[in-house]
Design a protein around this ligand. Structure first.
Ligand SMILES: [Zn+2]
Length: 113
């Protein structure tokens, strides 16, 4: 499961951040996940609980902030929300394959004490 590796990395970073700031406990993590990142949020919750067990992040809360996918239309010089990698601009109907947002997968914040 791809999500386990991602959560391992996210939890490792969160623990590192907490330790560096002298905190002894991680209470929550907020992840920014793009619609095109290819991960399943439900699977992430499961992987998260598994990865946190036995660490200072055990029992922490996982929050997932979903980022919608956005494409860029060169003709209109504007962004539009899309559902896939190649999309039709709703204004001029040109096809755009330039994905601007939606591939994000990063740690947005860590709650600790
Ligand atoms: Zn357009």
């Amino acid at each position: 499961m791809h999500e386990v590796g991602i959560m391992q990395e996210a939890v490792r970073m969160a623990i590192e951040t907490a330790t560096a700031q002298g905190a002894g406990r991680v209470h929550g993590l907020r992840l920014r996940v793009g619609a095109m990142s290819g991960v399943v949020p439900e699977a992430m919750q499961f992987a998260f609980d598994m990865v946190c067990a036995g660490t200072i992040a055990e029992g922490a809360k996982l929050e997932i902030e979903r980022v919608p996918a956005t494409c860029w239309c060169g003709t209109c010089q504007a962004e539009f929300e899309c559902a896939d990698f190649v999309n039709e601009c709703p204004r001029c109907h040109a096809l755009s394959g330039e994905l601007r947002r939606g591939r994000e997968l990063n740690l947005a914040s860590v709650e600790m004490s």
